[in-house]
Design a binder for this molecule. Structure first.
Ligand code: IPM
Ligand code: MG
Length: 360
């Protein structure tokens, strides 16, 4: 089959890790007889440097017309990069948020899985890591604090900032349905995370999620407060199957979940709309401090490409092959620096890509 894939390499380590993911996708094409037509698009700092804005309308339209989008990462060092002298709505991150909103990508899936081979890189005590874990964080991605009004003004002579957190019941319902659908294909457990002891938006969240749960009698639903969830993720991560949560909580908890897998360089993600279309990106950032050094871990981006094959193109065997290839390479002892431990073989970004492509 032929597919059109938009690539957004972005900033920092983005171009390096996307190059490794396309290397793996090219191997998939060769082996399974597909053709991918790639179109490379600018976003974030890379777009500011050329167009003066982090995202152009042409980029949005080209992305929309593709079958799926594969992204690296965007952003730079906020203390030193000129991009952060611009007003907030013109900075790199604003481009990503606008793209998510414009394409209606409300459902963000972030799987956090502890590979047997990486138990040594897990920062938790052995008695906890020994049990392993395999969870899917379902993060609402186009509502909440990220998209409410933001303003800073003088109130009674004092600089005062406001960020508004809004959810309507429909926004909660559609992500809850996605969460329960995914739980049905997994271990049939949903932990809905909120702050219902303080926030009205969380009380609405809890009510709507409870209603949706009635349509899924086989799924066990539990509600958990976000502060408790942050603690449970390091105390007993094996308890979680699907974590369903709003935008800001999901942002924070997914970084925490990624770190307990050994490295943020391992966490893939898919952002989906109502159709099969999606944007796939590693959950980690652009890591400007290590950009251009060929030492970043490309696995999160390669696993994001596997999610692209599975969710947008319905190519399950091909996705399985990529995921298996990652496992094989880890089993054979190859590690980038972030997941390196004694006795393993340290490899560069491009060597890791070569090894995984060869194992497909
Ligand atoms: C993420 C990132 C983004 C977010 C930033 C870059 C705006 O942290 O995808 O988790 O907060 O959503
Ligand atoms: Mg984040």
């Amino acid at each position: 089959m032929e597919y059109n894939i938009a690539l957004i390499p972005g900033d920092g380590i983005g171009p390096e890790v996307v190059a490794e993911a396309t290397k793996v996708l090219d191997k998939v094409c060769e082996k399974y007889g597909h053709t991918f037509h790639y179109t490379s698009l600018l976003m974030g700092g890379a777009s500011i440097d050329v167009h003066g804005v982090p995202l152009t309308d042409e980029t949005i339209e080209t992305a929309r017309k593709s079958d799926a989008v594969l992204m690296g990462s965007i952003g730079g060092n906020a203390a030193t990069s000129p991009w952060y002298k611009l007003e907030p709505s013109k900075r790199p991150e604003a481009g990503l948020l606008k793209l998510r909103k414009s394409l209606g990508l409300f459902a963000n899936l972030r799987p956090a899985y502890l590979y047997e081979e990486l138990k040594g890189a897990c920062p938790l005590k052995e008695e906890i890591s020994d049990k392993g874990f395999d969870m899917m964080i379902m993060r609402e991605l186009t509502g909440g604090l990220y998209f409410g009004e933001h303003k800073t003004e003088k109130v009674d002579g004092l600089d005062t900032a406001v960020d508004i957190l809004t959810y309507n019941e429909e926004e909660v319902r559609r992500i809850a349905i996605r969460g329960f659908d995914i739980a049905m294909k997994r271990r049939k457990r949903v932990t809905s995370v909120d702050k219902a002891n303080v926030l009205d938006s969380s009380r609405l969240w809890r009510k709507v999620v409870t209603e949706v749960a009635k349509d899924y009698p086989e799924v066990t639903l539990e509600h958990m407060l976000v502060d408790n969830c942050a603690m449970q993720l390091v105390k007993d991560p094996a308890q979680f199957d699907v974590i369903l949560t709003e935008n800001m909580f999901g942002d924070i908890l997914s970084d925490e979940a990624s770190m307990v897998t050994g490295s943020i360089g391992m966490l893939s993600s898919a952002s989906l709309n109502e159709t099969k279309f999606g944007l796939y990106e590693p959950s980690g950032g652009s890591a400007p401090d290590i950009a251009g050094k060929n030492i970043a871990n490309p696995i999160a981006t390669i696993l994001s490409a596997a999610m692209l094959l599975r969710y947008s193109l319905d190519l399950d065997s091909e996705a399985d092959a990529v995921e298996e290839a990652v496992k094989t390479v880890l089993r054979n002892g190859y590690r980038t620096g972030d997941i390196f431990s004694e006795g393993c073989k340290k490899v560069s970004t491009s060597e890791m890509g070569d090894l995984i492509a060869a194992a497909v």
